[in-house]
Design a protein around this ligand. Structure first.
Ligand SMILES: [Zn+2]
Length: 373
């Protein structure tokens, strides 16, 4: 019994890359130099699959062929780096997947919309990027996951992919079971660019290409909050083209549904923040839905491979039962007390540092906390 349903995969692996521009954007302006997209892998996430090498839990078989890569970017958006990264991806007419942090998305909603309008895929990476989610306690970890989904979807103004990556790749059986119960696919990585540690763009390009070569392709991890990544990406993409690598674009068969309580909390927070802007005109941001970047009817669309993994039992049933109970957006009892305590102590720490959560400060907090993932 095969766990993965591949449609004519051998044909697609052999197919030439297509300079790829979605229906919502202009055609590839540089088809000869384009890296393009060799095929689209559309994932049915109902069973909550787990992809990539960096996990001790049972994973789906690798869906990439030799010399195939998936480009992924975590922790953003951060306009100053996300913009040049989008420009580089456009220049090479290729596509990526972005795993966004909820509060970053809320800070830069127009950037999230821009990423999606260029035909890239957006998943999530928790609300505030806690590094050790597996040790946080189930209720708080689930809160992080769901608040992140609600925030990124709210910022996007349109449905997002049920794709998730753990900060620091800190997964656990109960949390994977929870994501399975929500029909969310989890991605680890195959190739770490190490852009959290390598500040020289030329060294980063060299290291990343060497790692991709060593691994014969794979799911590659970058961060769109890093200067070195923004600077090195054109070289990396040019090298991939030169060395015969092909980019595979991930797409979802269905969208994730945020928990309504989290969305309404975040809407109120966003509205309060806007109302409190003194001396500035009251901005009315465009939060209405933008048509999803559909590829239907696009003559240039690359071949499609469908993946529909079957459910897996990753944890014992007792742990799973506790894990799969959905979190409440308003916590009660012990959870509420502990979260309130944590929030009070966080507020005290924040006021000591005179740091506002509405300031760009989360950026440096997140970036310093990434530890390579
Ligand atoms: Zn991260």
């Amino acid at each position: 019994m095969t766990r993965i349903f591949l449609v004519a995969v051998a044909f697609f692996l052999a197919a030439a890359p297509v300079p790829f521009a979605s229906a919502t954007e202009k055609r590839c302006s540089n088809p000869d130099a384009a890296l393009g997209v060799s095929r689209i892998v559309e994932i049915d996430t109902k069973a909550g699959p787990l992809f990539g090498d960096f996990s001790k839990y049972e994973r789906e078989p690798r869906f990439l062929g030799p010399k195939e890569v998936v480009l992924t970017f975590d922790d953003g958006p951060m306009p100053r780096y996300t913009k040049p990264i989008l420009e580089a991806l456009d220049k090479f007419c290729t596509k990526a997947t972005f795993f966004y942090v909820g509060r970053m998305a809320m800070a830069y909603p127009s950037m999230v919309k821009k990423v999606m309008s260029r035909g890239h895929t957006v998943g999530t990476h928790t609300w505030s990027h806690p590094l050790n989610l597996r040790r946080r306690g189930l209720a708080r970890a689930k809160d992080q996951i769901e608040r992140g989904i609600a925030a990124v979807e709210l910022a996007a103004g349109q449905p997002i992919a049920p794709f998730f990556r753990f900060p620091g790749l800190s997964d656990s059986g109960p949390l994977l079971a929870y994501l399975q119960s929500r029909g969310i696919a989890t991605f680890t990585v195959d190739v770490v660019s190490n852009d959290s540690y390598i500040s020289s763009p030329s060294r980063l390009a060299k290291h990343t290409i060497a790692e991709i070569e060593r691994n014969d392709g794979g799911i590659v991890l970058f961060h769109d909050i890093k200067r070195s990544t923004a600077k090195a990406l054109p070289t990396i993409l040019a090298q991939l083209k030169k060395r015969g690598y092909k980019v595979v674009h991930l797409r979802t068969k269905s969208q994730v549904t945020p928990i309504a309580g989290f969305t309404s909390q975040l809407e109120k927070k966003r509205d309060r923040k806007q109302a409190s802007r003194k001396g500035k005109p009251k901005l009315v941001p465009i939060y209405e839905a933008i048509a999803p970047a559909t590829l239907a009817g696009d003559d240039d669309e690359p071949p499609l491979t469908e993946l529909a993994p079957e459910p897996r039992q990753r944890v014992k049933s007792s742990a799973e039962a506790a894990a799969t109970a959905p979190p409440q957006s308003s916590l009660s009892g012990d959870d509420a007390t502990s979260v309130r305590r944590t929030r009070r102590s966080r507020r005290r720490r924040a006021s000591k540092k005179k740091v506002s959560t509405a300031s760009p400060e989360p950026v440096s907090t997140i970036s310093s906390a990434v530890r390579g993932y």
